[in-house]
Ligand binder design. Structure first.
Ligand code: NAD
Length: 464
């Protein structure tokens, strides 16, 4: 007899909507389904867009202070629900519970931050230049936003869109990844329960390609805010751009860590280990390539190996991640690189991998691995190392370690990434923009620019 799995419907117009078809949600550590979510159709998307458009006028016109208070209530409700939401992430995505709790805690901070930002969304009156009475510069919510998000940070990447969009006066339809929809859906449920007006936040779960296309082509959607792979980003841009929708695309990275010759090697190792293997390597901000002065390489590697032995990873969240991990290791072997670790332990759980002696052309040197692999590359010339760090078409997060602050900042400025972290590894803060440069995306999230990304400006010029 098969177990009856708990079912979680769509959230449209403030209500739960049951569907004809359902999709399993699987625990990657057991490979077994433990819940089901609604498989939305194109008609469901249409209903969600209709509910959002119906709510938009009043939400946009809500005075900023009231909107701020409503978002603050949502933030407090999310704080209360945080333990349960972290459990859901742990279960559906496989990351260790501590990492899931950290993700939710940081996401809550983002909602609190944007509740405050909503209050600070002020109109500006400028004096008339030549004649007339003056100019009002008025921020207005961009409209109805489709938030299409990946599975690797299923709550954070919803919140980075949802919180600023709400602060700006937008309505949001969340479309989480089919691999990990439960925690994202729970966030939307909390938003509705906390008293946000019906239709302001909806959630449609189901098949990614079907719903992604339906949202990106729908005439009632004003902006698509996407995080995920470059392959899907290109599809979404092709659907949204001819329809002149606003677009933000947050894509993968291929994080370089440039270690300078005066660096504290224990700090450098800590950055490489923490960011190389966080979420089993399935993070866009991962350290993927470490550039180390040749004279320090053996000392660095010795310390790295000692730390690597203590690393215990959660399972890879998807079958395609498991396949890619095997392929990347085989490719590195075929290119004559040296591989340590990286073996399958059980199920979808791997030991962390370290690759050395890899040359250009090896896949781990060229592309985002998105599995727990750190490649260490010895360098003789700093300028050449920086050029190599910038060569592949990515530009999300880079890292620098060194003692001379001035020099570390010069190197940070030379690294073509939207974020560079010096002598540490905490990347994201709610008040600073997080942007993918070059092949890592268009637009940015968080910080003031991440709020303005959901705003359209109106100039009201009163002449008489
Ligand atoms: P993905 O592109 O496969 O999926 C992302 C979203 O698109 C999901 O909601 C999915 O259901 C949907 N989707 C999938 N196929 C689609 C299609 N054909 N048409 C329309 N929508 C479709 O990405 P993923 O595997 O879930 O996530 C991994 C990628 O995301 C990595 O490259 C990672 O680096 C990147 N990422 C970037 C950031 C950032 O902030 N820059 C953060 C996390 C992850």
């Amino acid at each position: 007899m098969t177990d009856v799995l708990p079912r979680h419907g769509l959230l449209i117009g403030g209500a739960e909507v049951m569907t004809a078809e359902w999709m399993d949600v699987t625990d990657p550590s057991t490979g077994r389904a433990f819940a089901q979510v609604g498989a939305a159709t194109v008609t469901d998307v249409d209903h969600a867009v209709g509910a959002a458009r119906a709510a938009l006028g009043a939400w946009r016109a809500t005075p900023p202070l009231e909107r701020a208070q409503a978002i603050a209530r949502f933030a407090r409700a999310l704080d209360e629900e945080a333990p349960q939401i972290a459990e859901l992430i742990h279960r559906e995505e496989g990351k260790p519970l501590g990492e899931a709790q950290m993700e939710v805690a940081r996401a809550c901070e983002v909602v609190h931050h944007f509740a405050g930002e909503a209050e600070r969304l002020t109109h500006t009156m400028l004096p008339a230049g030549s004649g007339g009475r003056g100019s009002e510069i008025r921020p207005d919510g961009i409209g109805v936003v489709a938030a299409i998000t990946p599975w690797n940070f299923p709550v954070a990447l919803v919140i980075w869109k949802l919180a600023p969009a709400l602060a700006a006066g937008c309505c949001v339809i969340v479309k989480p990844a089919q691999e990990a929809p439960l925690a994202a859906r729970a966030v939307c449920e909390v938003a509705n329960r906390s008293g946000l007006p019906a239709g302001v936040v909806s959630c449609v779960t189901g098949d990614g390609p079907t719903l992604g296309e339906a949202l990106s082509t729908h005439p009632g959607i004003d902006k698509v805010a996407f995080t995920g792979s470059r392959r899907v980003a290109e599809l979404i841009a092709a659907w949204a751009s001819p329809r002149l929708k606003a677009l933000s695309l947050e894509l993968g990275g291929h994080g370089p860590l440039v270690v300078l010759d005066d660096a504290d090697l224990d700090v450098a190792v800590d950055v490489a280990i923490s960011q190389g293997y966080a979420n089993a390597g399935q993070a866009c901000y991962s350290v993927n390539r470490v550039f180390i002065p040749r004279s320090l390489a053996s000392d660095f590697l010795e310390r790295f190996r000692r730390r690597m032995e203590q690393v215990v990873l959660g399972p890879l969240a998807t079958d395609r991640g498991v396949v890619r991990h095997h392929e990347l290791i085989a490719d590195a072997q075929a290119h004559g690189a040296t591989i340590e670790g990286g073996d399958l332990i059980e199920g979808a759980r791997f030991a962390p991998a370290l690759i050395t002696n890899a040359g250009p052309g090896t896949r781990v040197v060229e592309d985002e691995p998105f599995t727990p692999i750190v490649t260490v590359l010895a360098y003789d010339d700093l300028a050449a190392a920086i050029a190599e760090a910038n060569r592949p078409d990515y530009g999300l997060v880079g890292y620098v370690c060194g003692a001379d602050l001035r020099r570390t900042q010069d190197v940070a400025h030379a690294i073509e990434c939207g974020t560079v972290v010096i002598n540490g590894w905490r990347v994201v803060v709610p008040y600073a923009p997080y942007a993918g440069w070059r092949g890592s995306g268009i637009g940015c999230e968080l910080g003031r620019p991440g709020l303005e990304a959901f705003i359209r400006w109106q100039h009201v010029r009163t002449l008489a």
